[in-house]
Design a protein around this ligand. Structure first.
Ligand code: AMP
Ligand code: MN
Ligand code: MN
Ligand code: MN
Length: 311
């Protein structure tokens, strides 16, 4: 229990340790000398309305209990979780609207986090309706592929697992385990659902620029989620940055879950090069030995860089 808790601990970003120029003195307090009102933020979390384990209400209660000051529920292609709790936020916690939108840049699937938008905006409502249909269509295609790989009945199976949530590959993975086709969800992804595998259906999401434009039209800020997860060359990644910024994107997610050593430095370099802002989030789905706990301590992030200063 104790070791799970420790491994599932909140990620603490130490900007000083990562990037402080050699001449700057160290210290426990921010070298930027501001009083930090809200030091723990989480702008990337999932509820059971997509592929998270906790109901949106349980997620908020847990965030409040664990001292998170501001949170966004960023479910994949749905705001149903957010809408179910936005009128009943625990005291001491601030909830902002959020979503993690699936989109396409060329042939690559990209995730854009939208923050602080008007959930009733026609542009957003229409966009989400299109994504509901895209996910339903994709689920049918995945089921067809799994059928051909000797796993019939996966559509109804995955839909039963999803239980009304926005359907995604994790629901298929869970069903594959329950139906005895694979020993773990990890193996389901490795063999059937992951990048380049039969159940990885590409070329169906809306374009990146239309996605960023929707968030902006709805009055929100667009954040490029986990930029290093797309496994691009440095050149491609810079081209993605340019496309994202040209479309109106404002921030890169410099902390997603538990970054690997060096990742945060790489992302800060990109942020500075492109004059972008930063966002942070745990990408919490469930308690897991590899994932991060809720909340990111942002007290060491330089003033003027956080997307939270604009929300
Ligand atoms: P989808 O949005 O339907 O394309 O599903 C992508 C989601 O699957 C991600 O947001 C992760 O939560 C989850 N996922 C991706 N890769 C893996 C993996 N290798 N093992 C388990 N879950 C994964
Ligand atoms: Mn997910
Ligand atoms: Mn993602
Ligand atoms: Mn996510």
């Amino acid at each position: 229990m104790d070791s799970i808790l420790r491994r599932n601990a909140r990620y603490h970003f130490d900007y000083g340790r990562q990037s402080r120029p050699a001449s700057q003195p160290g210290g426990a307090t921010s070298r930027f000398g501001r009083s930090v009102e809200i030091a723990v933020i989480d702008f990337h979390t999932h509820s059971a309305a997509s592929d998270g384990a906790l109901s949106a209400g349980d997620l908020l209660n847990r965030a409040a209990r664990e001292g998170v000051g501001r949170v966004a529920i960023t479910d994949h292609d749905t705001i149903a979780g957010y809408l179910s709790v936005c009128q009943s936020v625990p005291s001491g916690l601030e909830l902002i609207s959020g979503v993690e939108l699936s989109c396409q840049w060329g042939r690559v699937g990209i995730h854009i986090v939208g923050l602080g938008f008007d959930p009733a905006s026609t542009a957003m409502v229409r966009h989400l309706k299109g994504l509901d249909k895209a996910r339903q269509d994709r689920a049918e295609k995945i089921a067809h592929k799994l059928d051909r790989s000797g796993m019939p009945g996966s559509l109804s199976g995955a839909m039963a697992v999803a239980d009304g949530a926005q359907i995604g590959r994790p629901h298929f993975a869970r069903w594959m385990v329950l139906a005895g086709h694979v020993d773990s969800e990890e193996i389901a992804f490795k063999r059937f659902l992951g990048r380049g595998k039969p159940g990885d259906i590409s070329l169906l999401w809306p374009a990146l620029d239309a996605t960023v434009a929707t968030i902006t039209a709805a009055g929100g800020l667009a954040v490029l989620a986990h930029p290093l997860e797309y496994k691009m060359t440095a050149t491609r990644l810079r081209a993605l940055m340019d496309a994202f910024r040209d479309a109106g994107g404002v921030a890169l997610e410099v902390i997603n879950g538990r970054p690997k050593p060096g990742d945060t430095d790489t992302l800060w370099r990109l942020v500075r090069e492109r004059d972008l802002r930063v966002s942070v989030g745990s990408d919490f789905h469930r308690d897991s030995p590899y994932g991060a706990g809720l909340g990111v301590d942002v007290s060491a992030i330089p003033e003027g860089t956080g997307v939270w200063e604009h929300l």
